[in-house]
Design a protein around this ligand. Structure first.
Ligand code: PLP
Length: 396
């Protein structure tokens, strides 16, 4: 089926995966697929070494200091929950600043805590082009603000946010800064140091071109293990507790990274594949896929933004976006456009709310949503032309 299909749903998960991912997973599964453990037999040690290798690659890619603080997670959602719930615990009346651009994996845990009245929440609005003004973040800071959680790029509009300015604001006011890099990890250069990120959450299955079931959270040094610093507001509680393949003697999670946060058998097969994805991204060089995706998005903007049959959301400058664009056709519901593209043109896009209801409310597209087109590293100009042709025919 996938041969015939033109896949423009890379913002959900990339397809195809990088060359070498299948092979790395099959090889690991065939040869080394023991449960990792430092004190175990040689296969267990080999599995642990594979994990540590991938940890190191990811830490270098994102310019972190300490590979042991690169904690593997199940996906982006798991990483974000680990960060948000880890730092806030029951909330304790802390104030949190977030934005209207967030995915539900940020909005829902924060809203649930707000409903329980354990945190106070400010959601910053975005402008008509799809950008947050860092000054608004600054103005929202209160004496009890503890955390800023923001997406690096909107998964609806693709708009790249000024993470550097927000990171600087957080540091200046001694707040923690959690960046959701779900849409940017693998396409934009991200430096934990330069952007002053305390918690970097990202999936491995989008632009890092690894398999589903992978992701990571880099925990900066300003987030210490809770049991070591009981009075520090930045202390981090484990979100999952259990076996760690390391020290089994302690009654609670061992107070060392990454085991502190990595309870349970990890997705070793997936992480072996993620390693190959990261290798490929490194070989290509960060920026190549982005330029290719931005060029395809610019073609779509140039074709449809001034066509009155269409509404194109967000900035017209594709250089300010990752490879994502949402549009609607006048007179058609987004799900219908998605179905027609799928059934009649074998083109996969993502209609709906994209797990970002606050973004769609602000765009005026709630509850039906919009049609999201997200080209990836392996799409071609020819495929974009086929999509343009198909949309043109549907719009009549
Ligand atoms: C901005 C953003 N944050 C978080 C997530 C959640 O990632 P995952 O699907 O890996 O849980 C997504 C997924 O689409 C996303 O686009």
């Amino acid at each position: 089926m996938s041969d015939a299909m033109i896949y423009f749903d890379n913002a959900a998960t990339s397809f195809p995966k990088a060359p070498g991912v299948n092979e790395a997973m099959s090889k690991f599964l065939a040869e080394d697929a023991a449960n990792p453990g430092r004190a175990g037999h040689r296969m267990a040690v080999a599995a642990e070494q594979m994990l540590d290798n991938v940890r190191l690659k990811l830490t270098r890619l994102f310019v972190g200091d300490d590979p042991s603080r690169m904690v593997f997670t199940l996906n982006g959602t798991d990483a974000l929950n680990m960060a948000i719930k880890g730092v806030l615990g029951e909330g304790g009346g802390a104030h949190v600043i977030t934005t209207e651009l967030e995915h539900n994996s940020v909005s829902r845990p924060l809203q649930a805590m707000t409903d329980r009245k354990t945190i106070e929440l400010t959601r910053i609005a975005f402008d008509d082009d799809g950008f947050i003004d860092p000054d608004d973040v600054c103005k929202a800071i209160k004496p009890n603000t503890r955390l800023i959680v923001m997406t690096h790029a909107s998964n609806v509009l693709g708009t790249i946010q000024d993470a550097k300015a927000v990171g600087a604001i957080a540091r200046e006011h001694d707040l923690l800064f959690c960046l959701d890099a779900a849409q940017t990890a693998g396409v934009l250069p991200i430096s934990i140091k330069d952007l002053q990120i305390d918690l970097l959450a990202f999936p491995g299955h989008k632009s890092l071109l690894g398999p589903t079931g992978t992701g990571a959270l880099y925990v900066g040094e300003r987030c210490p293990v809770s049991s070591l610093v009981v009075d520090d507001e930045a202390r981090l509680n484990p979100w999952r507790e259990g076996g760690t393949g390391g020290d089994s003697s302690t009654p609670t999670q061992p107070a060392e990274f990454p085991h502190y946060l990595e309870g349970g058998t990890p997705n070793t097969v997936g992480i072996a594949g993620l390693g190959a994805g990261v290798e490929y991204v490194n070989q290509q060089g960060i920026g190549k896929a982005l330029a290719h995706e931005q060029a395809m998005v610019q073609t779509l903007i140039d074709r449809f933004a001034d066509d009155e049959r269409f509404t194109v959301f967000g900035t017209r400058d594709a250089k300010r976006r990752v490879g994502t664009l949402s549009l609607n056709i006048t007179g058609y519901d987004a799900p219908d456009v998605g179905s027609i593209l799928d059934d009649s043109f074998q083109i996969a896009v993502r209609p709906g709310l994209h797990c970002a209801p606050y973004t769609h409310r602000r765009l005026g597209t709630f509850p039906d949503g919009a049609v999201r087109v997200s080209p990836g590293a392996f799409n071609t100009d020819e495929q974009i032309n086929q999509l343009i042709e198909a949309l043109d025919q549907i719009a009549g």
